[in-house]
Every structure is written in C-alpha cells, then in structure tokens.
Design a binder for this molecule. Structure first.
Ligand SMILES: Nc1nc2c(c(=O)[nH]1)N[C@H]1C(S)=C(S)[C@@H](COP(=O)(O)O)O[C@H]1N2
Ligand SMILES: [Mo]
Length: 322
C-alpha cells in the first residue's frame, strides 16, 4: 500500500475536515479566481468560465500532516499549467506560486513554481464524481498531489506568481515545513520539537535555550531573534534575515548561514565550528570568543567585527584551503 512513513488510513468513507470550515463570511459577491503577479496577462475567471475550460479527472492520495491519509480520491479540475497558459504563461522572474483563499484570514500556501507544475496541481471542482462540499473547499480548491494536504488550499480566490517566496499560513505561523514532502516526512521545520513549543518560539522570535537542531528556517525574516544559548546544530538559515539576532553562547555547529543577513548579529562565545557563512552579510556582527574551527566565509563576508586574531587567522586559512 502507498502509505508514506507514519501515516495511517482514515476510516473507510471518512474524509476528516482540517483547518478553516467555511469561506469568508457575509461575502455574497460572485465567485471569481484571479491569476495575477508575474504572469503575462492578469485574468479574472468567473466560475462558469472555469467550469467550461478543459478538465482532467485523476486519482490522488491525500496525506494530512496530522497523520491520516485517504488514498485514490478522484478529483476533476483544470491543470494549473493549462490555466497559466490561458494567461500567456508565467513571466521569466516568476519562481514561486501562492494560492490564496477566499477566507477570513486570507489563508494561503506557496510552492516553487516549477514543482507546482511538475506535481500537476489541480484547480479542482469535484471529488469522487460529486461537487466538492463547501467544508472541503467547494466550489473550487487547489489539489497539490505529492505534498501534505496543507499545500491544497480550500476556496481558491487568487493565484499569485512571485519572484520571492511568501510563506503560507501554516508554514509561517506554526512551523509546518515549507516543502511538505510526505515521503521524506517533512512535517515540521524541526522534526524533534514539540509543535506547540515551535509555534510559540516562532511567534515570539524567542529560541532561547531551546533544542532546535536541524531546524529549517531558510529565507525567513528573523530580525531581532533571541537565540541566546539555543541549540541550533545543523540548522538551516540560508538567505534568512538575522539582523540584530542574538546567538550569544548558541551552538551553531555545522549550521548553514549562506547568504543570510547577519548585520549586527551577536555570536559571542558561540560554537560556530563547521558553520557556513558564504555570501552572508556580517557587517558589525560580533564574533568575539566564538569558536571558529572549520567555519567558512567568502572573501566579501569575512567578519570585520571584533574577532580574536587567531580565529580570524584560522578562518582565513580555511578560506585559502577551501
Ligand atoms: N482555506 C484553507 N485551506 C486549507 C486549510 C485552511 O485552514 N484554510 N487547511 C489546510 C490543511 S492543514 C489541510 S490538511 C487541508 C484539509 O482539507 P479538508 O478539510 O478538505 O480535509 O486543507 C488545507 N487547506
Ligand atoms: Mo493538514
């Protein structure tokens, strides 16, 4: 059977409801789906217009991050690629796609555009031959095959093409993994952390004292983060904004900070052994007393800030040999 790790089947005939229960309240305007952003032609589709476009019917497996799966649900809808083609296709700079719901909190999720197209995202109207129930996203929802179901937005209102990623609701607020591949169990950005703890840590930008080894925070805005004494071995901060972050006494060994903005960040007395800072901005960063054995920097990002001479020498030696 096709069950990803640590999933189990929902009871036969049962389809659990997860997240929001209904679209935006008190909005009686006609349902439309707008395609906008980095697309050749912005277009607004009415429901009838959508229903009359060429459609496909395909079985897809649903895998919810809360560990239930429902296999072989037959969805009918328009392939994302076909809808984008009707808008003249994505512009060259379009690298990400965001699906946004007609819901009170404007719920959204995002995908790498090329992956969304490869996976065969569907703008779906029916499930197992019947129109989608409102509670399951009717009249129109996204179905993203091959990802946890939080990548499948209910009550689709907008499709926006973006050059930079914009984290979705669950991904940004409570630390659901941004890639969401169920076969690789990409559920949460930190696999070994209680989700509630993670949610609180993200909301308050306070990682102080927590064990978040391997946490995946690529590209996030973490300005002013308090990570005093945090255990962040193997963490991913590529491209993140860490301006004014405090990593005093943190363990960042083998962490990835490539292209991160570490302006004025404090790494005092931290363990940075094996950490990678290539392309990072380290203007006015403080690495005093940090252990830098095997830490790598690119020439443009070598710390000018207070660092013990021997350690700079070590970093430069690594740079020369690497
Ligand atoms: N608009 C909207 N779409 C959403 C959600 C939500 O809260 N709001 N939750 C997501 C999550 S976490 C899951 S698992 C699926 C659940 O879809 P279902 O209720 O039809 O099972 O919808 C996804 N799409
Ligand atoms: Mo979910």
């Amino acid at each position: 059977m096709n069950l990803p790790p640590n999933q189990r089947l929902a009871a036969p005939g049962k389809w659990p409801v997860v997240g929001e229960k209904a679209p935006r309240e008190g909005d009686s305007s006609p349902w439309t789906v707008t395609v906008h952003g980095l697309v050749t032609e912005r277009r607004v589709f009415g429901l009838d217009e959508l229903f009359n476009l060429p459609q496909v019917t395909q079985p897809h497996d649903i895998h919810c991050v809360t560990r239930w799966s429902k296999l072989g649900v037959t969805f009918t809808g328009i392939l994302l690629a076909d809808l984008l083609a009707l808008c003249g296709g994505p512009l060259h700079d379009a690298k990400f796609i965001s699906f946004i719901a007609r819901s009170d909190r404007e719920h959204s999720t995002s995908l790498v555009l090329s992956e969304a197209l490869e996976l065969g995202c569907l703008i779906a109207f029916t499930a197992d031959g019947a129109p989608l129930d409102e509670i399951h996203g009717g009249p129109v929802r996204i179905v993203t095959p091959g990802r946890y179901f939080y990548k499948s937005v209910k009550w689709l209102e907008r499709i926006e093409l973006l050059s930079e990623d914009r984290l979705g609701y669950w991904e940004g607020e409570i630390g659901y993994h941004n890639t969401a591949d169920p076969w690789r169990e990409e559920r949460y950005i930190a696999a070994n952390t209680n989700p509630k703890v993670l949610e609180r840590a993200l909301a308050s930008r306070n990682f102080s004292g927590l064990d978040l080894r391997g946490v995946d925070l690529r590209g996030r805005d973490l300005t002013g983060l308090n990570a005093f004494g945090a255990r962040l071995r193997d963490a991913h901060f590529e491209g993140a904004n860490l301006t004014d972050a405090d990593f005093t006494r943190a363990n960042l060994s083998n962490a990835h900070l490539e292209n991160a903005n570490c302006t004025r960040a404090i790494f005092t007395d931290g363990d940075l052994e094996g950490a990678a800072f290539e392309g990072a901005t380290l203007t006015d960063a403080d690495l005093t007393g940090a252990s830098l054995f095997g830490t790598t920097f690119s020439p443009g990002s070598l710390p000018q800030a207070p660092v013990r001479a021997g350690q700079v020498f070590q970093a430069q030696a690594d740079l020369a040999s690497g």
